[in-house]
Write a protein that binds this ligand. Structure first.
Ligand SMILES: Cc1cc2nc3c(=O)[nH]c(=O)nc-3n(C[C@H](O)[C@H](O)[C@H](O)COP(=O)(O)OP(=O)(O)OC[C@H]3O[C@@H](n4cnc5c(N)ncnc54)[C@H](O)[C@@H]3O)c2cc1C
Length: 398
């Protein structure tokens, strides 16, 4: 599957970082993790921390899947707004999903600290609307979040202008969010895990997986066999090949980054921004640059997607410049990626009946990274024998 194209900024910023061997022998382990992106890296971290041996396998260089294309905003806000998710799955579950995502941000911070990864910053987030939203959409969302205990403020036009320096009709300010570099985080995690016994192999394509009642047998395209008790699919959007039902709608998305700027207003540095449009526009600062993303198309067709790259990123730039005419935004790098959304904005985490001895860690949607952190924690607890640690709302049979 073609997961990205163009010049993903964090991949350029960090380069290959570390190399890993490909698998060149038969071996056995307790858990084999398929996929070495941020989900696989967090999964291995959680297993190793709990004394469970594991092998991570990736057919690409480490981190070269969606993780290298990520703009790495960390939010507790799921793609489906809380008040709408409450209508879909019930208020208690919806609030629980939001709270779990909020906790996942702290979990990621703790992990970053433990492994010595410094590129993680708490910040705030601003969810804004250019026009007065229909049916009091933003007001309702604000009230739902406030009632669920989140640190939020409702801002009017004047307050947005005063605090953030741009014109917009209304917004929800959220005190909790973070920004990171998912690609580098992934490399730091793998290094940390490898130093503690995890085995990591890249450029190793898995061609066949046999799910037996007693375990798993995984065969690479070179014919090497890994036997394990369990397999965890941390295969990102490529999981559509492994699950024989429709769980995610694949899309194309675009992002670009500016040249480095001499000055960026503090409010822009300390906050991540996204709006109520569909598809939504989002932006954040990194290292004196502005990263903008959005302008999604509702299809998976890499050729068609890539033809639009220039036009789409020019539009993203115009979207930003309309808000901040005083900032000289010159596009330096731009890229496109595959993206996906689920029917309720929630991830798929846990077992899939048709594949015995397997787990799936599929953090789909705009919150992919926080979902990956939840998946790693929940699946590890389940492997250790804890029951009811994966909420039904994340399961395949929800
Ligand atoms: C442009 C863009 C911007 C984004 N911005 C954000 C954001 O701001 N915040 C956020 O939370 N999320 C964001 N996301 C989503 C986020 O990047 C993903 O949720 C996350 O990277 C998924 O990580 P992963 O490890 O699950 O998947 P991947 O990084 O895709 O890793 C899966 C790995 O599995 C491997 N694999 C698959 N099949 C096989 C096989 N048969 N054999 C061996 N290996 C295999 C692949 O090679 C791949 O490397 C964004 C995505 C895009 C495209």
């Amino acid at each position: 599957m073609d997961l990205k194209s163009g010049y993903p900024y964090f991949l350029l910023k960090n380069g290959l970082n570390q190399n890993y061997e490909s698998l060149k022998n038969n071996c056995s382990t307790s858990v084999v993790i398929l996929g070495g992106g941020i989900s696989g890296a967090l999964m291995a971290y959680a297993l190793i921390k709990n004394g469970i041996e594991c092998i991570v396998i990736d057919k690409r260089p480490i981190g070269f899947g969606s993780t290298s294309a990520s703009t790495s905003l960390l939010q507790y806000e799921i793609d489906t707004p809380l008040h709408q998710l409450s209508k879909q799955i019930g208020h208690q579950e919806a609030s629980q999903a939001y709270t779990l995502c909020s906790n996942a941000i702290d979990m990621l911070k703790e992990i970053a600290e433990e492994i010595g990864f410094v590129d993680f910053k708490y910040c705030s987030s601003l969810y804004f609307s250019h026009t007065k939203s229909k049916n009091n959409f933003l007001r309702n969302e604000f009230e739902s979040r406030r009632d669920a205990g989140f640190d939020v403020r409702y801002l009017n036009e004047e307050e947005i202008l005063k605090e953030f320096g741009f014109h917009s009709k209304e917004a929800i300010f959220s005190g909790k969010a973070a920004k990171t570099d998912a690609y580098l985080f992934t490399h730091f995690l793998h290094k940390y895990n490898r130093d503690r016994g995890a085995k990591i192999y890249e450029s190793t394509n898995i061609k066949n997986i046999r799910h037996n009642k007693t375990g798993i047998e995984v065969t690479t395209d070179k014919g090497y066999v890994i036997t394990a008790q369990k397999i965890i699919y941390a295969t990102g959007y490529e999981a559509v090949k492994q699950v024989d039902r429709s769980i995610v709608k694949l899309k194309s998305t675009y992002a670009c980054v500016s040249e480095r700027l001499d000055t960026i207003p503090d409010a822009l540095k300390q906050t991540i921004f996204w709006n109520t449009d569909d598809p939504y526009l989002y932006f954040r600062e990194d290292d004196q640059r502005i990263i903008i993303g959005g302008r999604d198309e509702n299809y998976y067709d890499p050729e068609k997607r890539d033809k639009l790259l220039h036009k789409k990123t020019e539009r993203l730039k115009q979207d930003f410049v309309k808000l901040f005419p005083g900032i000289e935004f010159k596009i330096q790098f731009s890229w496109a990626g595959t993206f996906g959304s689920t029917k309720d904005g929630l991830p798929y985490i846990g077992a899939y009946d048709k594949k015995p001895n397997s787990y799936f860690a599929l953090g789909f949607g705009g919150n992919g990274i926080t979902f990956s952190a939840l998946a790693a924690d929940m699946i590890t607890r389940h492997i250790k024998g804890e029951r009811d640690c994966i909420p039904k709302m994340f399961s395949f049979d929800r």
